[in-house]
Design a protein around this ligand. Structure first.
Ligand SMILES: [Ca+2]
Ligand SMILES: [Ca+2]
Length: 330
């Protein structure tokens, strides 16, 4: 009964398993789905024998198969549920169809990552997704790790947009990488904010032709490459460039992370205050609009009243139905 009530009263806040044993907050999930990802993997499965559910619009076409991936790990906050550990040289999630169709075009890759790995090299550095085109720079490395700085690289040692600071401190971080295939502009957001100096205009505008359909590994690499060693969560792929507001909203929807510094908590609270102030301003505007329209509405109401000489008020003094004064003590 309680389960039913929770779902009916607030369907976007609480999801309850059929057994009722596991509850999770889906605030973050709702924020991501509102922005229509084509692929969105939450890693909520309890066992790697299950298929990784894709909540994005491509549904089963981008469902995943776990390969040596650890599951049921606590994620960065209750709103993120569980996370996946890509902790072995063979750890990967293989998808039913290619990711390159999306990520080689204008796209966004969003994920949460926890790692202590220090990426070395460029084309052979660990990354979340991508494939090497052997012998040339006609390739993309999404989520590449360059000495702990995470971002996207085009080409073997080519242009890259990387987070301003290393993120390999063993704490969870929200990373959003965007690439506009038409303009060549690549951006990296770390923990909700655009990284300074992490916008790179890749002027070559190459048409990338590599094929890949895995998460947690760079495909088609000759020997000697570094394999990603990290926990990942809430990986999402979009077929457009997320705006700064959308990125900030997702980060905010993750809720409070205990790892945040006082400065980061103040920034999050300030962001919430700004949003409430904007909502208050909008409400005031609506009130003023109603007040301004008030006289006109009153005039219309007056015109709708019965004219004098029309139907008599049955309770008026002297009317037949009016009650006679009752003598008494008052
Ligand atoms: Ca999750
Ligand atoms: Ca290459």
């Amino acid at each position: 009964m309680n389960t039913l009530i929770a779902i009916v009263v607030c369907p976007w806040l609480v999801a309850v398993s059929p057994s009722g044993a596991y509850e999770r907050d889906v605030t973050y999930e709702r924020a991501v789905l509102e922005d229509r990802p084509v692929g969105y993997w939450r890693f909520e499965e309890a066992s790697p024998t299950h298929r990784a559910e894709n909540l994005g619009s491509r549904e089963t076409a981008l469902a995943g198969t776990y390969i040596d991936v650890g599951l049921s790990t606590a994620s960065a906050s209750p709103s993120l549920g569980r996370a996946a550990r890509f902790e072995h040289p063979t750890s990967a999630m293989q998808l039913a169809a290619g990711l390159d169709r999306w990520l080689n075009a204008t796209a966004t890759l969003e994920f949460w990552i926890k790692t202590t790995q220090t990426g070395e090299g460029s084309w052979n550095a660990p990354a979340v997704a991508g494939a090497d085109s052997n012998g040339d720079g006609n390739d993309l490395f999404w989520g590449t790790n360059n000495a702990g700085r995470i971002g996207v690289r085009r080409g073997d040692s080519g242009p890259a947009a990387l987070s301003a600071r290393p993120l390999n401190d063993g704490a969870w971080h929200h990373v959003v990488i965007t690439r506009d295939a038409a303009t060549g502009v690549m951006q990296v957001y770390a923990d909700g904010r655009l990284s300074p100096d992490a916008v790179y205009d890749d002027a070559d505008h190459l048409q990338i032709a590599t094929h890949y359909r895995s998460l947690g590994v760079v495909e088609h690499l000759p020997g000697g490459a570094q394999k990603l060693e990290a926990s990942l969560d809430e990986v999402a792929v979009y077929d457009y460039v997320l705006s700064a507001e959308q990125v900030a909203e997702h980060f905010r929807a993750a809720g409070e992370l205990e790892q945040f510094t006082v400065e980061e908590r103040v920034l999050k609270l300030q962001s919430r205050v700004n949003r409430l102030a904007a909502e208050l301003q909008e409400l005031r505007r609506q009130i003023e609009s109603l007040e301004a329209a008030g006289p006109a509405l009153d005039s219309q109401a007056d015109r709708a009243l019965p004219t004098p000489g029309g139907q008599a008020d049955p309770m008026a003094p002297g009317a037949a139905g009016a009650a006679a004064p009752v003598p008494g003590n008052g």
